[in-house]
Design a protein around this ligand. Structure first.
Ligand SMILES: [Ca+2]
Ligand SMILES: [Ca+2]
Ligand SMILES: [Ca+2]
Length: 132
């Protein structure tokens, strides 16, 4: 169980949307805002920031452990997220929240700084397999 969760967390940050199921191709299209067929770091960052806003339910611009806990279930486990709390105040600012994008880095297999549809669906399949 623990093992499965930690593996899921590797890709969870990339595939963090309740609608994700199957191939995730509709999610890819949402991520690829400029429709150039790949998801850039900037596009992924925008997606992470949108997620941040969803977690920040009291809209004070900071995410607390309680807010992350409340979002669990609709969001994948984001293990190690607190290592991004650079100022150690037990709250994550948007900057801290997007300071590392492990899901993106893992999905970008050929390290060209963009996630192609093929890379994305491979990552989605990998995550889906973990859930079964
Ligand atoms: Ca794009
Ligand atoms: Ca908050
Ligand atoms: Ca902080």
């Amino acid at each position: 169980m623990t093992h499965r969760l930690s593996l899921a967390a590797l890709l969870g940050t990339l595939l963090a949307a309740p609608a994700i199921a199957g191939t995730g191709s509709d999610v890819f299209q949402r991520l690829d805002r400029d429709r150039d067929g790949v998801v850039s770091r900037a596009e992924f960052r925008a997606f992470r920031l949108a997620m941040f806003d969803r977690i920040d339910t009291d809209a004070d611009g900071l995410v607390t452990a309680g807010e992350i806990e409340a979002a669990r279930g609709s969001l994948p486990a984001d293990r190690g997220i607190w290592s991004q709390d650079a100022d150690g105040d037990d709250r994550l600012s948007p900057t801290e929240y997007v300071s590392r994008m492990r899901g993106f880095d893992r999905a970008d297999r050929n390290r060209d700084g963009a996630v192609s549809a093929a890379e994305f669906s491979a990552a989605a399949r990998y995550l889906a397999a973990l859930k079964h």
